[in-house]
Design a protein around this ligand. Structure first.
Ligand code: ADP
Length: 198
């Protein structure tokens, strides 16, 4: 299965991504996590990315594409598939992904779009900021990240809608509830012939 997880900051992509990964035995590739590790390790890439992550801005496409390209080419087993969390976030990234997949694993199977209320998400980010020490979880950067999402990433819904790949999931409720909704959609993606009434 080749999946993309789309959704605003704080929508539960990380939580749900880990579950999908464990349940279906596919690696979850999180660009946010890749950057966090590079920043923590003080690598050249981390140093280039840090100021953007801290400010709640997107890391420039060419930096992102460098590391995602490397990761996809180097260690993805097409027979197993993958789940991308936090990538793509811009049109150029989405187009680059399509081009990469065209010469490697073949097209995506689905884009899981976690739909959550913006106020709910800001609330979650505030709570998370008290529990975890994230670089990017101050109130200001959280707002900035929401704005960047609305402007740069949300339009990708249309792109994937037109490709027939978009599966919008209600992201409200407990992690278990959301996971159940995702599983129902993934069952349909892998076995559409079993669709009720279909
Ligand atoms: P969240 O899931 O809360 O949105 P992430 O961990 O996915 O947070 O991302 C944290 C930060 O890492 C982003 O705000 C951005 O600065 C950077 N980042 C992650 N993925 C990308 C990407 N695909 N393009 C540009 N920047 C990215």
């Amino acid at each position: 299965m080749r999946l993309v997880l789309l959704g605003p900051p704080g929508s539960g992509k990380g939580t749900q991504g880990a579950r999908i990964s464990a349940r279906h035995g596919i690696p979850a590739i999180s660009t946010g996590q890749l950057f966090d590790r590079q920043i923590a390790a003080g690598t050249p890439l981390g140093r280039r990315a840090e100021r953007y992550v801290r400010a709640g801005e997107l890391v420039p496409d060419e930096i992102v594409l460098d590391i995602v390209g490397e990761r996809l080419e180097g260690s993805v087993d097409c027979a197993v598939g993958f789940l991308l969390d936090g990538f793509p976030r811009t049109f150029p990234q989405a187009e680059a992904l399509d081009r990469m997949l065209a010469v490697t694993c073949g097209p995506l199977d689905a884009v899981i779009d976690l739909d959550v209320d913006i106020d709910e998400v800001l609330d979650r980010i505030r709570r998370r900021a008290r529990l975890e020490d994230r670089l990017d979880d101050t109130e200001d950067t959280a707002r900035r990240r929401m704005k960047v999402f609305a402007e740069e990433t949300a339009p990708l819904r249309r792109y994937y809608q037109q490709a027939g790949l978009l599966r919008t999931i209600d992201g409200a409720g407990s992690p278990d509830e959301v996971a159940e909704r995702i599983e129902a959609v993934l069952a349909d993606v892998t076995h559409p012939e079993l669709r009720l009434g279909g």
